[in-house]
Write a protein that binds this ligand. Structure first.
Ligand SMILES: [Mg+2]
Ligand SMILES: [Zn+2]
Length: 178
């Protein structure tokens, strides 16, 4: 069975500049390309991202796609393929906002993924909770909003598999454990 890495986007792959949608604000973190390259032979990559900025009217779904496609293109130019991007555009209650496991369940039924051998990487407690709820291994990044939410993570005793400063370190750790 295939293995996957479910990637948060903002604050994990790219700088989280609060509801970013302008392409000039798109900044891939150092180490992300190198890290993904380390993992791409063993894992499929999926982005799962909460985009409440759409629901709040800060930008449109079209803006989101334009911005996200630019990221996918930049990665593709480095021969890194993201299989698909899943996003929740909602505010308030819905069935797809992380930590909802809806998108992971969809991916599993479509791609056939071994969740116990897969990882969630993110900078928010909701990423880690989603991963734990489906039995994935989890990596919590202190890079984006991670430091801000770390206290919350501790309070909830969420206990990610890895806690790290940067994406490349996480990728090396995952690679080492694979
Ligand atoms: Mg994030
Ligand atoms: Zn939603």
């Amino acid at each position: 069975m295939k293995k996957a890495i479910f990637l948060d986007r903002d604050g994990t792959l790219i700088e989280d500049s609060d509801y970013a949608y302008r392409i000039e604000d798109l900044k891939i973190y150092p180490g992300v390309v190198e890290g993904l390259k380390l993992l791409q032979n063993d894992y499929l990559f999926f982005i799962i991202t909460n985009q409440s900025g759409i629901g709040k009217g800060f930008y449109t779904t079209k803006d989101f796609h334009r911005f996200n496609n630019s990221l996918l293109e930049q990665l593709k130019n480095q021969n890194i393929i993201i299989e698909r991007t899943y996003f929740c555009p909602h505010i308030g209650n819905c069935e797809c906002k992380k930590p909802s496991t809806k998108y992971i369940e969809e991916i599993v039924s479509e791609f056939g993924i071994n969740l116990a051998e897969s990882w969630v990487v993110g900078d928010h407690p909701s990423d880690i909770i989603m991963g734990k709820n489906v039995g994935c291994k989890t990596a919590y990044l202190l890079a984006g909003h991670g430091t801000k939410h770390f206290q919350e993570l501790e309070l909830k005793r969420i206990n990610p598999t890895i806690i790290a400063e940067d994406f490349l370190y996480v990728a090396k750790q995952i690679n080492y454990r694979t």
